[in-house]
Design a protein around this ligand. Structure first.
Ligand code: LLP
Length: 414
Protein backbone atom coordinates (compact mmCIF):
# COMPACT_ATOMS: atom_id res chain seq x y z
CA UNK A 1 0.00 0.00 0.00
CA UNK A 2 1.14 3.52 -0.72
CA UNK A 3 0.11 7.09 -0.15
CA UNK A 4 -0.46 8.27 -3.73
CA UNK A 5 -4.21 8.69 -4.10
CA UNK A 6 -6.78 10.84 -5.88
CA UNK A 7 -8.79 13.43 -3.98
CA UNK A 8 -11.47 15.17 -6.08
CA UNK A 9 -9.86 13.77 -9.26
CA UNK A 10 -6.51 15.30 -8.35
CA UNK A 11 -3.49 13.11 -7.57
CA UNK A 12 -2.01 13.62 -4.11
CA UNK A 13 1.27 12.43 -2.62
CA UNK A 14 0.26 12.08 1.03
CA UNK A 15 -1.36 15.50 1.68
CA UNK A 16 0.46 17.32 -1.13
CA UNK A 17 -1.24 18.15 -4.41
CA UNK A 18 1.01 16.71 -7.15
CA UNK A 19 0.10 19.51 -9.62
CA UNK A 20 1.19 22.09 -7.07
CA UNK A 21 4.48 20.23 -6.50
CA UNK A 22 5.10 20.13 -10.27
CA UNK A 23 4.42 23.87 -10.48
CA UNK A 24 6.72 24.62 -7.56
CA UNK A 25 9.62 22.32 -8.47
CA UNK A 26 9.17 21.98 -12.25
CA UNK A 27 9.05 18.82 -14.35
CA UNK A 28 10.27 16.17 -14.88
CA UNK A 29 10.24 15.44 -11.16
CA UNK A 30 10.60 12.49 -8.84
CA UNK A 31 8.30 12.58 -5.81
CA UNK A 32 8.80 10.21 -2.86
CA UNK A 33 6.44 9.57 0.04
CA UNK A 34 8.13 9.29 3.41
CA UNK A 35 5.11 7.54 4.97
CA UNK A 36 5.20 4.89 2.23
CA UNK A 37 8.94 4.26 2.64
CA UNK A 38 8.49 3.91 6.39
CA UNK A 39 5.48 1.66 6.05
CA UNK A 40 7.35 -0.69 3.71
CA UNK A 41 10.43 -0.78 5.94
CA UNK A 42 8.30 -1.57 9.00
CA UNK A 43 6.50 -4.31 7.04
CA UNK A 44 9.85 -6.12 6.77
CA UNK A 45 11.00 -5.35 10.26
CA UNK A 46 7.73 -6.44 11.86
CA UNK A 47 7.59 -9.60 9.77
CA UNK A 48 10.63 -10.96 11.63
CA UNK A 49 10.12 -9.08 14.88
CA UNK A 50 10.36 -12.22 17.02
CA UNK A 51 13.62 -13.46 15.54
CA UNK A 52 17.09 -11.86 15.60
CA UNK A 53 17.36 -9.97 12.32
CA UNK A 54 18.62 -6.92 10.47
CA UNK A 55 16.85 -5.21 7.59
CA UNK A 56 19.59 -3.82 5.33
CA UNK A 57 17.92 -1.61 2.73
CA UNK A 58 19.63 -2.06 -0.66
CA UNK A 59 21.00 1.42 -1.28
CA UNK A 60 21.30 0.89 -5.03
CA UNK A 61 17.49 1.03 -5.38
CA UNK A 62 17.38 4.69 -4.36
CA UNK A 63 20.39 6.33 -2.76
CA UNK A 64 19.08 9.86 -2.29
CA UNK A 65 20.31 11.21 1.05
CA UNK A 66 16.76 12.10 2.08
CA UNK A 67 15.62 8.52 1.48
CA UNK A 68 18.62 7.05 3.34
CA UNK A 69 18.14 9.54 6.17
CA UNK A 70 14.46 8.59 6.58
CA UNK A 71 15.44 4.91 6.84
CA UNK A 72 18.48 5.55 9.07
CA UNK A 73 16.16 7.28 11.53
CA UNK A 74 14.13 4.06 11.75
CA UNK A 75 17.31 2.20 12.69
CA UNK A 76 17.67 0.52 9.30
CA UNK A 77 20.78 -1.30 8.19
CA UNK A 78 22.08 -0.85 4.64
CA UNK A 79 23.31 -3.11 1.86
CA UNK A 80 25.94 -1.28 -0.20
CA UNK A 81 27.87 -2.14 -3.34
CA UNK A 82 30.48 0.61 -3.55
CA UNK A 83 32.56 3.07 -1.58
CA UNK A 84 30.27 5.78 -2.91
CA UNK A 85 27.24 4.08 -1.38
CA UNK A 86 29.08 3.68 1.94
CA UNK A 87 29.90 7.41 1.94
CA UNK A 88 26.25 8.21 1.24
CA UNK A 89 25.05 6.00 4.10
CA UNK A 90 27.43 7.70 6.53
CA UNK A 91 26.50 11.15 5.21
CA UNK A 92 22.81 10.30 5.75
CA UNK A 93 23.39 9.29 9.37
CA UNK A 94 23.40 5.51 8.83
CA UNK A 95 25.15 3.26 11.33
CA UNK A 96 28.24 1.57 9.79
CA UNK A 97 27.81 -1.32 12.22
CA UNK A 98 24.62 -2.19 10.34
CA UNK A 99 26.17 -2.14 6.85
CA UNK A 100 26.76 -5.18 4.65
CA UNK A 101 28.97 -4.72 1.60
CA UNK A 102 27.93 -6.76 -1.47
CA UNK A 103 29.34 -6.77 -5.00
CA UNK A 104 31.67 -8.81 -7.19
CA UNK A 105 34.33 -6.17 -7.73
CA UNK A 106 35.40 -4.35 -4.59
CA UNK A 107 38.65 -2.41 -4.98
CA UNK A 108 41.42 -2.36 -2.35
CA UNK A 109 40.49 1.25 -1.58
CA UNK A 110 36.84 0.32 -1.05
CA UNK A 111 37.81 -2.59 1.21
CA UNK A 112 40.02 -0.28 3.27
CA UNK A 113 37.32 2.40 3.46
CA UNK A 114 34.78 -0.15 4.76
CA UNK A 115 37.27 -1.63 7.25
CA UNK A 116 38.04 1.84 8.60
CA UNK A 117 34.32 2.59 8.89
CA UNK A 118 33.81 -0.65 10.84
CA UNK A 119 31.02 -2.23 8.79
CA UNK A 120 29.04 -5.25 9.96
CA UNK A 121 30.07 -7.64 7.19
CA UNK A 122 31.66 -8.02 3.77
CA UNK A 123 29.64 -10.24 1.43
CA UNK A 124 32.54 -11.84 -0.43
CA UNK A 125 31.87 -13.21 -3.89
CA UNK A 126 34.97 -15.20 -4.96
CA UNK A 127 38.02 -17.01 -3.63
CA UNK A 128 40.22 -14.30 -5.15
CA UNK A 129 38.34 -11.70 -3.11
CA UNK A 130 38.83 -13.82 0.05
CA UNK A 131 42.60 -13.62 -0.44
CA UNK A 132 42.61 -9.91 -1.29
CA UNK A 133 40.41 -8.89 1.64
CA UNK A 134 42.66 -10.85 4.02
CA UNK A 135 45.67 -8.94 2.66
CA UNK A 136 44.03 -5.52 2.85
CA UNK A 137 42.79 -6.17 6.40
CA UNK A 138 46.26 -7.40 7.36
CA UNK A 139 47.89 -4.21 6.07
CA UNK A 140 45.52 -2.19 8.27
CA UNK A 141 46.01 -4.50 11.26
CA UNK A 142 42.32 -5.39 11.21
CA UNK A 143 40.14 -8.47 11.02
CA UNK A 144 37.43 -8.31 8.35
CA UNK A 145 34.02 -9.78 9.19
CA UNK A 146 32.95 -11.87 6.21
CA UNK A 147 30.05 -13.77 4.75
CA UNK A 148 30.50 -15.76 1.57
CA UNK A 149 27.93 -15.29 -1.16
CA UNK A 150 27.09 -18.69 -2.51
CA UNK A 151 25.30 -19.18 -5.78
CA UNK A 152 22.51 -21.67 -5.07
CA UNK A 153 21.85 -22.26 -8.79
CA UNK A 154 18.11 -21.73 -8.70
CA UNK A 155 16.00 -20.12 -11.38
CA UNK A 156 14.33 -17.05 -9.95
CA UNK A 157 11.92 -16.95 -12.88
CA UNK A 158 12.48 -13.25 -13.43
CA UNK A 159 13.87 -11.09 -16.24
CA UNK A 160 17.25 -12.49 -17.41
CA UNK A 161 18.98 -9.16 -16.73
CA UNK A 162 17.95 -9.20 -13.06
CA UNK A 163 18.29 -12.92 -12.38
CA UNK A 164 21.46 -13.56 -10.42
CA UNK A 165 21.30 -17.00 -8.80
CA UNK A 166 22.02 -19.25 -11.77
CA UNK A 167 25.39 -20.87 -12.45
CA UNK A 168 25.65 -18.89 -15.67
CA UNK A 169 25.51 -15.58 -13.73
CA UNK A 170 28.68 -13.85 -12.54
CA UNK A 171 27.56 -13.66 -8.92
CA UNK A 172 28.70 -15.64 -5.90
CA UNK A 173 30.77 -18.75 -5.29
CA UNK A 174 29.62 -22.01 -6.86
CA UNK A 175 27.93 -24.35 -4.41
CA UNK A 176 30.34 -27.20 -5.18
CA UNK A 177 33.34 -25.02 -4.23
CA UNK A 178 31.71 -23.35 -1.26
CA UNK A 179 32.96 -25.61 1.55
CA UNK A 180 36.52 -25.38 0.34
CA UNK A 181 36.39 -21.57 0.15
CA UNK A 182 34.81 -21.38 3.61
CA UNK A 183 37.58 -23.58 5.01
CA UNK A 184 40.21 -21.37 3.43
CA UNK A 185 38.53 -18.16 4.70
CA UNK A 186 38.24 -19.60 8.21
CA UNK A 187 41.97 -20.39 8.20
CA UNK A 188 43.06 -16.84 7.32
CA UNK A 189 44.25 -14.60 10.17
CA UNK A 190 42.60 -11.37 9.05
CA UNK A 191 39.14 -12.74 8.28
CA UNK A 192 36.39 -13.69 10.68
CA UNK A 193 33.76 -15.88 9.04
CA UNK A 194 30.35 -14.76 10.26
CA UNK A 195 27.80 -15.59 7.65
CA UNK A 196 26.48 -17.05 4.45
CA UNK A 197 24.57 -15.01 1.91
CA UNK A 198 22.78 -15.38 -1.37
CA UNK A 199 20.71 -13.22 -3.68
CA UNK A 200 18.94 -14.99 -6.51
CA UNK A 201 17.39 -12.14 -8.44
CA UNK A 202 15.05 -9.21 -8.33
CA UNK A 203 11.31 -8.68 -8.77
CA UNK A 204 10.46 -12.23 -7.68
CA UNK A 205 6.72 -12.70 -7.38
CA UNK A 206 6.70 -16.30 -6.16
CA UNK A 207 7.98 -17.64 -2.88
CA UNK A 208 9.21 -21.00 -4.14
CA UNK A 209 12.58 -19.90 -5.60
CA UNK A 210 13.45 -18.24 -2.26
CA UNK A 211 12.63 -21.48 -0.44
CA UNK A 212 14.62 -23.60 -2.92
CA UNK A 213 17.62 -21.32 -2.38
CA UNK A 214 17.17 -21.39 1.38
CA UNK A 215 17.04 -25.20 1.50
CA UNK A 216 20.33 -25.42 -0.37
CA UNK A 217 21.94 -22.76 1.78
CA UNK A 218 20.78 -24.32 5.05
CA UNK A 219 22.11 -27.68 3.94
CA UNK A 220 25.46 -25.96 3.32
CA UNK A 221 25.35 -24.28 6.74
CA UNK A 222 24.73 -27.70 8.35
CA UNK A 223 27.66 -29.22 6.46
CA UNK A 224 29.89 -26.34 7.55
CA UNK A 225 28.88 -26.90 11.18
CA UNK A 226 30.09 -30.51 10.86
CA UNK A 227 33.47 -29.09 9.80
CA UNK A 228 33.51 -26.84 12.85
CA UNK A 229 32.72 -23.65 10.91
CA UNK A 230 30.04 -21.90 12.91
CA UNK A 231 27.81 -19.55 10.95
CA UNK A 232 26.19 -16.72 12.90
CA UNK A 233 23.92 -15.23 10.27
CA UNK A 234 22.20 -16.07 7.05
CA UNK A 235 21.69 -13.17 4.66
CA UNK A 236 18.84 -14.04 2.31
CA UNK A 237 19.49 -11.11 -0.04
CA UNK A 238 16.76 -8.97 -1.54
CA UNK A 239 14.54 -9.59 -4.50
CA UNK A 240 11.00 -9.58 -3.19
CA UNK A 241 8.87 -8.20 -6.01
CA UNK A 242 6.26 -5.46 -6.03
CA UNK A 243 2.99 -4.98 -7.89
CA UNK A 244 3.75 -2.88 -10.96
CA UNK A 245 0.62 -4.08 -12.73
CA UNK A 246 -1.32 -7.18 -11.71
CA UNK A 247 1.53 -9.10 -10.05
CA UNK A 248 0.71 -10.45 -6.59
CA UNK A 249 4.04 -10.91 -4.80
CA UNK A 250 3.87 -12.33 -1.28
CA UNK A 251 3.57 -9.83 1.57
CA UNK A 252 6.77 -9.62 3.67
CA UNK A 253 4.82 -11.36 6.48
CA UNK A 254 4.13 -14.40 4.33
CA UNK A 255 7.64 -14.39 2.90
CA UNK A 256 9.30 -14.12 6.32
CA UNK A 257 7.02 -16.74 7.89
CA UNK A 258 7.94 -19.24 5.17
CA UNK A 259 11.66 -18.55 5.63
CA UNK A 260 11.43 -18.83 9.42
CA UNK A 261 9.63 -22.15 9.13
CA UNK A 262 12.44 -23.50 6.94
CA UNK A 263 15.03 -22.16 9.38
CA UNK A 264 13.64 -24.36 12.14
CA UNK A 265 15.50 -24.06 15.43
CA UNK A 266 18.84 -23.06 13.93
CA UNK A 267 20.04 -20.04 15.95
CA UNK A 268 20.86 -17.97 12.89
CA UNK A 269 20.32 -14.23 12.69
CA UNK A 270 18.50 -13.37 9.46
CA UNK A 271 19.57 -10.48 7.26
CA UNK A 272 17.34 -9.07 4.52
CA UNK A 273 18.46 -6.80 1.68
CA UNK A 274 15.23 -5.41 0.23
CA UNK A 275 15.49 -2.52 -2.19
CA UNK A 276 12.55 -2.47 -4.57
CA UNK A 277 10.02 -3.72 -2.00
CA UNK A 278 10.76 -0.66 0.14
CA UNK A 279 11.30 2.05 -2.45
CA UNK A 280 9.50 1.27 -5.74
CA UNK A 281 5.96 2.15 -4.80
CA UNK A 282 7.13 4.98 -2.56
CA UNK A 283 7.92 7.10 -5.63
CA UNK A 284 6.35 8.54 -8.75
CA UNK A 285 7.90 10.25 -11.76
CA UNK A 286 5.96 13.29 -12.93
CA UNK A 287 6.26 14.50 -16.49
CA UNK A 288 4.44 17.09 -18.61
CA UNK A 289 2.94 16.42 -22.03
CA UNK A 290 4.67 18.73 -24.51
CA UNK A 291 2.93 17.77 -27.75
CA UNK A 292 0.50 15.25 -29.15
CA UNK A 293 1.40 13.71 -32.49
CA UNK A 294 -0.60 11.38 -34.66
CA UNK A 295 0.03 9.34 -37.78
CA UNK A 296 -2.11 6.76 -39.55
CA UNK A 297 -1.07 4.04 -37.08
CA UNK A 298 -0.31 5.65 -33.77
CA UNK A 299 -0.90 8.45 -31.36
CA UNK A 300 2.08 9.72 -29.43
CA UNK A 301 2.15 11.84 -26.30
CA UNK A 302 5.58 13.47 -26.32
CA UNK A 303 6.52 14.24 -22.73
CA UNK A 304 9.40 16.15 -21.12
CA UNK A 305 10.66 13.06 -19.25
CA UNK A 306 12.79 10.52 -21.10
CA UNK A 307 14.78 7.30 -20.97
CA UNK A 308 17.73 9.15 -19.45
CA UNK A 309 15.51 10.04 -16.46
CA UNK A 310 13.75 6.67 -16.11
CA UNK A 311 15.35 3.86 -18.09
CA UNK A 312 13.46 0.77 -16.86
CA UNK A 313 10.86 0.75 -19.67
CA UNK A 314 13.58 1.08 -22.37
CA UNK A 315 16.12 -1.23 -20.76
CA UNK A 316 13.95 -4.09 -19.52
CA UNK A 317 10.69 -3.44 -21.36
CA UNK A 318 9.42 -2.88 -17.83
CA UNK A 319 5.76 -1.92 -17.51
CA UNK A 320 5.00 0.88 -15.08
CA UNK A 321 1.56 2.35 -14.72
CA UNK A 322 1.07 5.83 -16.19
CA UNK A 323 -1.79 7.84 -14.76
CA UNK A 324 -3.07 11.38 -15.23
CA UNK A 325 -2.29 13.79 -12.41
CA UNK A 326 -5.73 15.30 -12.99
CA UNK A 327 -8.50 12.88 -13.92
CA UNK A 328 -10.78 14.18 -16.67
CA UNK A 329 -13.88 12.87 -18.41
CA UNK A 330 -12.41 13.37 -21.91
CA UNK A 331 -12.39 10.68 -24.60
CA UNK A 332 -9.52 8.23 -24.17
CA UNK A 333 -7.20 6.97 -26.90
CA UNK A 334 -4.28 4.60 -27.01
CA UNK A 335 -1.03 6.54 -26.71
CA UNK A 336 2.66 5.73 -26.74
CA UNK A 337 4.24 7.94 -24.09
CA UNK A 338 7.60 8.95 -25.54
CA UNK A 339 10.40 11.31 -24.51
CA UNK A 340 12.55 13.85 -26.39
CA UNK A 341 15.69 11.65 -26.56
CA UNK A 342 16.87 10.70 -30.04
CA UNK A 343 16.40 6.94 -29.74
CA UNK A 344 13.54 4.77 -30.90
CA UNK A 345 13.75 3.02 -27.55
CA UNK A 346 12.96 6.21 -25.68
CA UNK A 347 9.53 5.50 -24.25
CA UNK A 348 7.97 5.42 -20.82
CA UNK A 349 4.97 3.34 -21.85
CA UNK A 350 3.27 1.98 -24.95
CA UNK A 351 -0.40 1.60 -25.85
CA UNK A 352 -1.72 3.40 -22.80
CA UNK A 353 -5.40 4.29 -22.78
CA UNK A 354 -5.47 7.93 -21.72
CA UNK A 355 -7.30 11.22 -22.25
CA UNK A 356 -4.45 13.72 -22.55
CA UNK A 357 -3.79 17.15 -23.94
CA UNK A 358 -0.58 19.12 -24.30
CA UNK A 359 0.20 20.73 -20.94
CA UNK A 360 -1.26 17.86 -18.90
CA UNK A 361 0.80 16.12 -16.25
CA UNK A 362 1.30 12.36 -16.15
CA UNK A 363 2.64 10.31 -13.25
CA UNK A 364 4.65 7.14 -13.84
CA UNK A 365 3.96 4.98 -10.81
CA UNK A 366 6.36 2.64 -8.98
CA UNK A 367 9.35 4.84 -9.85
CA UNK A 368 10.93 5.06 -6.41
CA UNK A 369 13.33 2.16 -7.02
CA UNK A 370 15.86 2.01 -9.88
CA UNK A 371 14.51 5.32 -11.17
CA UNK A 372 16.61 8.40 -10.47
CA UNK A 373 19.64 6.25 -9.54
CA UNK A 374 19.84 4.87 -13.07
CA UNK A 375 19.41 8.26 -14.71
CA UNK A 376 22.09 9.84 -16.89
CA UNK A 377 22.87 13.04 -18.73
CA UNK A 378 22.38 11.45 -22.17
CA UNK A 379 21.48 14.09 -24.76
CA UNK A 380 22.93 16.65 -22.30
CA UNK A 381 19.79 16.61 -20.23
CA UNK A 382 20.36 17.86 -16.67
CA UNK A 383 19.27 15.31 -14.07
CA UNK A 384 15.88 16.06 -12.57
CA UNK A 385 14.89 17.22 -9.07
CA UNK A 386 13.75 14.87 -6.30
CA UNK A 387 11.21 15.85 -3.66
CA UNK A 388 10.20 13.99 -0.48
CA UNK A 389 6.73 14.63 0.85
CA UNK A 390 5.98 14.23 4.52
CA UNK A 391 2.30 14.84 5.23
CA UNK A 392 1.53 18.29 3.85
CA UNK A 393 5.21 19.28 3.67
CA UNK A 394 7.50 18.89 0.66
CA UNK A 395 11.26 18.80 0.99
CA UNK A 396 13.55 19.27 -1.99
CA UNK A 397 15.96 16.38 -1.40
CA UNK A 398 17.89 16.93 -4.62
CA UNK A 399 18.03 20.08 -6.67
CA UNK A 400 17.55 19.95 -10.41
CA UNK A 401 20.95 20.02 -12.12
CA UNK A 402 21.86 23.20 -13.92
CA UNK A 403 23.18 23.31 -17.46
CA UNK A 404 26.56 24.54 -16.16
CA UNK A 405 26.79 21.43 -13.98
CA UNK A 406 26.63 19.34 -17.15
CA UNK A 407 30.26 20.12 -17.94
CA UNK A 408 31.56 20.50 -14.43
CA UNK A 409 35.02 18.90 -14.39
CA UNK A 410 35.37 19.02 -18.19
CA UNK A 411 38.03 21.18 -19.87
CA UNK A 412 38.65 22.95 -23.15
CA UNK A 413 41.88 22.04 -24.91
CA UNK A 414 44.96 24.15 -24.01
N1 LLP B 1 21.15 -7.51 -2.70
C1 LLP B 1 21.91 -7.71 -3.78
C2 LLP B 1 23.18 -8.42 -3.62
C3 LLP B 1 21.49 -7.26 -5.04
O1 LLP B 1 22.24 -7.48 -6.10
C4 LLP B 1 20.25 -6.57 -5.16
C5 LLP B 1 19.79 -6.05 -6.45
C6 LLP B 1 19.50 -6.36 -3.98
C7 LLP B 1 19.97 -6.86 -2.78
C8 LLP B 1 18.19 -5.63 -4.01
O2 LLP B 1 17.26 -6.31 -4.77
P1 LLP B 1 15.72 -5.85 -4.76
O3 LLP B 1 15.16 -6.12 -3.39
O4 LLP B 1 15.67 -4.42 -5.08
O5 LLP B 1 15.09 -6.69 -5.81
N2 LLP B 1 17.83 -2.25 -12.07
C9 LLP B 1 16.96 -3.41 -11.99
C10 LLP B 1 17.15 -4.15 -10.68
C11 LLP B 1 18.57 -4.61 -10.43
C12 LLP B 1 18.74 -5.30 -9.11
C13 LLP B 1 20.16 -5.60 -8.82
N3 LLP B 1 20.42 -6.19 -7.54
C14 LLP B 1 15.52 -2.98 -12.19
O6 LLP B 1 15.29 -1.80 -12.40
O7 LLP B 1 14.60 -3.79 -12.21
Amino acid sequence: MDFFTYKDNQLFAEDCDVSALAKKHGTPLYIYSRATLERHWHAFDNAVANHPHLVCYAVKANSNLGVLNALARLGSGFDIVSGGELARVLQAGGDPKKVVFSGVGKTDAEMAQALEAGIYCFNVESSAEVERLNEVAGQLGKVAPVSLRVNPDVDAGTHPYISTGLKENKFGIAMDEAEQVFARAASLPHLHVKGVDCHIGSQLTEIQPFLDAMDRMLALIDRLAEQGIVIEHFDVGGGLGVPYNDETPPHPDVYAAALLERLGDRPLKLIFEPGRAIAANAGIFVTEVLFLKENSDKRFAIVDGAMNDLIRPSLYSAWQNIIPVKQTQGETHSFDIVGPVCETGDFLGKDRQLAVQAGDLLAVRSSGAYGFVMSSNYNSRPRVAEVMVDGDKDILVRERETVAQLWQGEHLLP
